[in-house]
Design a binder for this molecule. Structure first.
Ligand code: ADP
Ligand code: MG
Length: 681
């Protein structure tokens, strides 16, 4: 048996300095290196005739050396070496720089295989510094070469050799996690073959078959894990059965508006789950502004009326605070007590809250990640809600839930992903969608403008401010440089303070002291401030209905879904709202993105376009959804594999619901690995 967990340093060709480079690539063990898959391939196996070579392509050809190599000194320390090579269809000039040893390599009349990029001048073919082999050898040519993602301190050739050695070390003896019956049914190749062929394919469709098999395994593992999670929730009849009639209507009646049809429907789904003896695991999806919060608040009311505590976790302190203020207003008339938990509490405040929570003097805990800290204890937690779930990992949701016994969980997200995909991604959750906005909402008019429009935009903002409205102006986050962000926000703040002298202008960014952030948000909410210049800290959830202007600077730097989230900060009241996207770019893609934002306010349409334009890699990052990252599989482009894997997962569980049979031990180990953190919770 192969010891997959053995340290990478025992693989031939790996010395101390390369160990470091490999660690940078996330490679620590033999298993890591053999599953470090190529990013792409270069086909050096297919030989072209010289006449078939075209400018700009990378290609391999076989040629005969025509004459001795010519050396030309072009500068004191710079020499060019030229070699003329031909076949029966034509000739090509090959050049190298500063490689004198090559002079003695090539002899007229000998045949070589060359691989490189074809270029040339005046219609004459040329190739610079190709790799080559004498005919009959295949060290650098004559095959399909895998290309791996690299890091400093390691080259393609070195990494390729190490991987070759690692694969040799496994000796074709990897145990296959997939049972042979399953492989046969879905046409999957065996694991050793797959590993060999994905790294060193001998034909082009070799690696496609290998890739299919490996992607299938990854997606099957995901599906099995999700189904098991879901089953775990559904099977246990020891969830809390909240009772039906407990006055939730009186709270609905106390709202200043009527629930929309969609809100009422989703609330019904939730109540049904809560009343059942199984634990609730429900995802509520709804576009920005669709009114998810109130639905959550009503669910918490039900929990409290049944004698339980409820908790709601939000991704930012600003949002948590806002939920808390809302909650206090809604619940206090009913004698329900709320507590706010953020990392901004003083030690003393926190101590008091901890005691109150434990003694059940707090019914509803609202907060940030602070809620999942070790020392937070509830008396009898019955319902857990995470708001803007796309900001949290599945694990964090799990930790909060584990603070009670068989609690019901509700997850809310505004990231609208296509429903089919959602069902697969959130396989462990039931889904409800709020697909209707509260009445009276007007379309947010969106304009994308170039830099030359700045003054006109400012006049437009001024007119809105004069009508008593408020405005957000958002500056982008420059990656990896929080200090630079600050500078740009502060610079823009100074600029706008000048421009809007007659108004109160404030600024907001993540680096501010919590107290100062609060003061700004409260000031804006109470209309003591007319304009805030902000980073994206206001992106999620912030709700100030009197704000009608959202201006986004350097809009080209944001993803579409993020722009949509930002835009969702306005259009929350009765007044007409506007979103102005200022961009500085001539790129076609940017233009296209701006056009989409102008054309639609529909989050689903936007997320689909986002997916299309940005590619799934970014869209489905782990960070976004809390789902595992795959080595090969791609959740968007491998939809067909995903469906088959889902079918296979169902079949497996039908026969072996707890994955106890001998043949399923391999795949069970994979599931445990992938879901290590999730299943234990
Ligand atoms: P999101 O779904 O983006 O979290 P919120 O819950 O913040 O949306 O709601 C957006 C705004 O709509 C809030 O100001 C809220 O008070 C208001 N609202 C929610 N439901 C209704 C409704 N049925 N009728 C009118 N206004 C509503
Ligand atoms: Mg919200």
């Amino acid at each position: 048996m192969v010891e997959l967990s053995q340290d990478i340093q025992y693989v031939k060709g790996v010395g101390p300095s390369r160990v470091e480079a490999l660690h940078r690539l996330g490679i620590y063990t033999l298993e890591d290196i053999i599953t470090y898959f190529p990013r792409e391939y270069e086909d050096r196996s297919h030989l072209k005739k010289i006449v078939e070579l075209s400018f700009g392509e990378s290609a391999a050809f076989r040629g005969t050396v025509v004459s001795r190599m010519v050396e030309t000194k072009i500068r004191p320390k710079m020499a060019v070496y030229k070699l003329l090579v031909r076949d029966e269809t034509g000739s090509i000039l090959i050049t190298w720089f500063n490689q004198p040893y090559l002079k003695n390599v090539f002899k007229p009349g000998e045949d070589y295989i060359f691989f490189g990029k074809v270029n040339g001048t005046f219609g004459k073919l040329e190739m610079q510094s190709p790799t080559f082999d004498p005919v009959g050898q295949t060290k650098n040519t004559g095959k399909i070469i895998p290309l791996y993602p690299l890091t400093q301190g390691i080259t393609q050739n070195v990494l390729r050799t190490i991987i070759e050695n690692a694969v040799k070390l496994t000796n074709g003896e990897l145990a296959d996690p997939l049972p042979s019956t399953l492989r046969a049914k879905y046409g999957l190749c065996e694991i050793n073959e797959a590993v060999q062929k994905i790294h060193f394919p001998s034909k082009l469709n070799d690696f496609e078959k290998a890739r299919f098999r490996i992607a299938f395994e990854e997606l099957l593992t995901l599906q099995l894990g999700l189904l098991l999670l879901k089953k775990k929730g559904n099977d246990s009849d020891n969830g809390i059965s909240f009772t039906r009639d407990n006055g939730i209507q009186e709270m609905i009646d106390s709202l200043p508006y009527q629930l929309t049809g969609a809100q009422a429907r989703v609330l019904k789904d939730i109540e049904k789950d809560m009343e059942s003896c199984k634990s609730m695991n429900r995802l509520v999806q709804g576009d920005v502004g669709s009114g998810k919060t109130v639905v959550a608040m009503l669910a918490m009311y039900k929990a409290v009326k049944n004698g339980y505590q409820a908790a709601m976790m939000a991704p930012t302190a600003i949002l948590a605070k806002q939920h808390y203020e809302n909650a206090k207003k809604m619940y206090e008339p009913f004698g329900i007590r709320c507590g706010l938990f953020t990392s901004e509490l003083t030690k003393k405040q926190k101590e008091t809250l901890l005691v109150q929570l434990k003694n059940k003097e707090i019914d509803i805990a609202i907060g940030t990640h602070a809620l999942i800290e070790d020392n937070i204890e509830f008396a009898n937690l019955g319902l857990v809600i995470t708001d803007e779930q796309h900001r949290f990992g599945v694990r964090q949701r799990g930790i909060l839930s584990s603070k009670g016994e068989n609690v019901d969980t509700l997850v809310m997200t505004a990231t609208p992903i296509p429903r089919t995909l959602a069902i697969i991604l959130y396989g462990d959750l039931d889904i409800s969608i709020i697909d209707e906005l509260p009445p009276g909402r007007q379309k947010i008019d969106t304009y994308a403008v170039g830099k030359n429009m700045e003054e006109r935009v400012n006049e437009f903002i001024r007119k809105e401010l004069q009508k008593g409205r408020q405005a957000y102006i958002v500056c982008p986050l420059v990656e990896d440089s929080e200090n630079m962000d600050l500078k740009s926000v502060m610079k823009r703040f100074e600029y706008y303070q000048e421009v809007f002298q007659e108004f109160n202008v404030g600024f907001l960014h993540g680096k501010m002291k919590p107290k100062d952030k609060d003061a700004i948000m409260t000031g804006f909410k109470d209309h003591k401030l007319d304009v805030i210049i902000s980073t994206t800290v206001i992106e999620v959830g912030v709700d100030v209905p009197n704000a009608t202007m959202m201006v986004i600077e350097n809009a080209e730097r944001f993803g579409l879904s993020q722009l949509h989230q930002l835009r969702g900060r306005v259009g929350r009241g009765k007044e007409k709202s506007y979103c102005i996207l200022k961009y500085e770019s001539n790129s076609k893609v940017v233009k296209e993105r701006m056009d989409i934002m102008q054309a639609t306010n529909d989050g689903f349409v936007i997320s689909e376009k986002d997916l299309e334009l940005r590619g799934p890699g970014e869209f489905f990052g782990t960070r976004q959804h809390g789902i595992p990252e795959f080595k090969v599989a791609n959740l968007f482009t491998d939809m067909n594999i995903l469906k088959e894997a889902q079918e296979a997962a169902n079949e497996i569980l039908e026969r072996d619901i707890n994955l106890v049979s001998e043949e399923n031990q391999g795949i069970k180990r994979k599931v445990d690995q992938l879901f290590a953190e999730r299943l234990e919770l």
